[in-house]
Ligand binder design. Structure first.
Ligand SMILES: *Cc1c(COP(=O)(O)O)cnc(C)c1O
Length: 425
């Protein structure tokens, strides 16, 4: 049987009319572990990583997985063992990265609201770099580092004011976004950083947004950053590394983002032509490493035909798959078994008591009650954003490695959910 690969989803194939991951039928995993169930392919993750590594071949570069995309320990282990660093945005993520075996020196800490306690802990374990997002944060980090008798390596996140042409909630590099230091203020911020005790300037950083599907905003941002490197270095402050953030999009619905290797060959053409080819380059990809390496398997609980709409009610909901409710995002929805019955058009919705609880609008599906569906492209920003709304336990997660399934997270029980609560006397 020749497998037919789903477009843009390597390692998720239709084999004999059944959707498989690395050759394992997803229906078998659903029977074994229940639904809703997140299933990830390790091979798919490593392939996405390999595309970046091809782009960086022969360069001094480091790939720091932006773990907020999917921070499950088993997923982090895959990247730690593959030699990645990590981009973290909280003290909680720091502890997760360490628990998964990350080398502290390969961790970089981003985010606009780092607390003193988070800074102190990160200094204690010896992280590689703080991506500082404001002048006020520079002052606080200097105080915390000095009090601890440490030196904090810092890079300033600069807001290059380029439009990534993505959803407004995931644009981060425009004037008016809360992120980074304005381009015009950046030189001043670097001079401040260089003068403060307890800080050592090691680089520059930017991150312009997420689910970016064209090359142009990246090339514009790179020009803006290289301009700044020139002016900061002309002021006598060397910037050994350039961290270019993450944000590369994936194929959710026929999207055609540039491939990581093609994007980086275009960027290096610019970098080399401007004479910066020998710098250390860092990147912080999240979604593009894990998004299409995962699916969420869900069971059809009820079909509910209506006058205006038909509803397909499934056992996964907005608490498991928050992206549609949050960003009107699209996930492809594929029956695990290719049916040959007639299809109807459904709104695919979950059991949560909110009209915003939908997974897909207007989908043509040939399904019956009890059938299993795969919500595709669910490896990024799904489980890491999952909640317990409606006191729904978070789903189980399985990571498939060379055709073998490993349970990396048990389904959350009501007792798990109530563990940290206390009854009144
Ligand atoms: C979220 C985030 C990333 C990763 O973004 P993706 O779109 O998932 O690649 C990288 N860097 C920072 C600072 C982030 O906040």
């Amino acid at each position: 049987m020749i497998p037919s690969q789903l477009p843009g989803r390597p390692h998720f194939d239709m084999v004999g009319g059944e959707l498989c991951v690395e050759g394992l039928p997803l229906a078998t995993l659903a029977r074994q572990f229940g639904t809703p169930l997140f299933v990830y392919s390790k091979a798919a993750m490593l392939e996405s990583l390999a595309a970046y590594r091809r782009g960086f071949a022969g360069r001094n570069a480091s790939i720091c997985y932006a773990m907020k995309a999917n921070s499950s320990l088993g997923v982090l282990q895959v990247f730690a063992r593959a030699g990645c660093g990590f981009d973290i945005v909280s003290g909680g993520e720091l502890e997760r990265a360490l628990a998964a075996g990350a080398a502290p020196g390969d961790i970089i800490f981003s985010g606009v609201g780092k607390t003193r306690a988070e800074m102190a802990r990160a200094l204690q374990v010896g992280i590689g770099c703080f991506n500082v997002e404001s002048e006020a944060e520079l002052e606080v980090l200097s105080e915390v580092a000095t009090a601890a008798g440490k030196s904090a390596q810092v890079s300033i996140r600069v807001n290059p004011n380029v439009d990534p042409k993505t959803h407004p909630y995931i644009s981060t590099g425009l004037k008016g976004n809360k992120f980074g230091v304005a381009h015009e203020r950046a030189l001043h911020a670097y001079q401040r950083a260089a003068a403060l005790p307890g800080l050592k300037v090691v680089g520059i950083d930017c991150h312009i947004g997420s689910q970016i599907t064209t090359q142009a905003p990246y090339l514009d941002a790179m020009d803006r950053i290289l301009d700044l490197v020139e002016s900061v270095e002309a002021a006598g402050i060397p910037l050994p590394h350039i961290d270019f953030g993450g944000g590369l999009g994936i194929d959710y619905n026929g999207d055609e983002p540039p491939k990581a290797d093609a994007l980086w060959s275009a960027l290096f053409a610019k970098i080399d032509s401007r004479g910066f080819g020998d710098r250390k380059f860092m990147i912080e990809p999240g979604r593009s490493l894990v998004g299409n390496a995962g699916v969420c398997v869900t069971e059809v609980l009820y079909l509910k035909p209506g006058e205006q709409k038909n509803f397909c009610i499934v056992d996964a909901a907005m608490n498991d798959l928050p992206r549609p409710a949050m960003y009107q995002a699209f996930h492809a929805i594929v029956p695990l078994r290719q049916g040959n019955g007639p299809s109807s058009v459904y709104d695919v919705v979950g059991p949560v008591c909110e009209s915003g609880d939908w997974i897909g609008h207007g989908r043509a599906l040939a399904v019956d009650q009890g059938d299993l569906l795969a919500v595709m492209s669910a490896g990024a920003y799904c489980m890491s954003m999952a909640s317990n709304y409606n006191t729904r336990g978070r789903a189980a997660e399985v990571l498939v490695d060379a055709g073998k399934a490993h349970l990396i997270r048990e389904r959350e029980s009501p007792a798990d959910q109530m563990r940290s609560e206390r009854l009144l006397p």
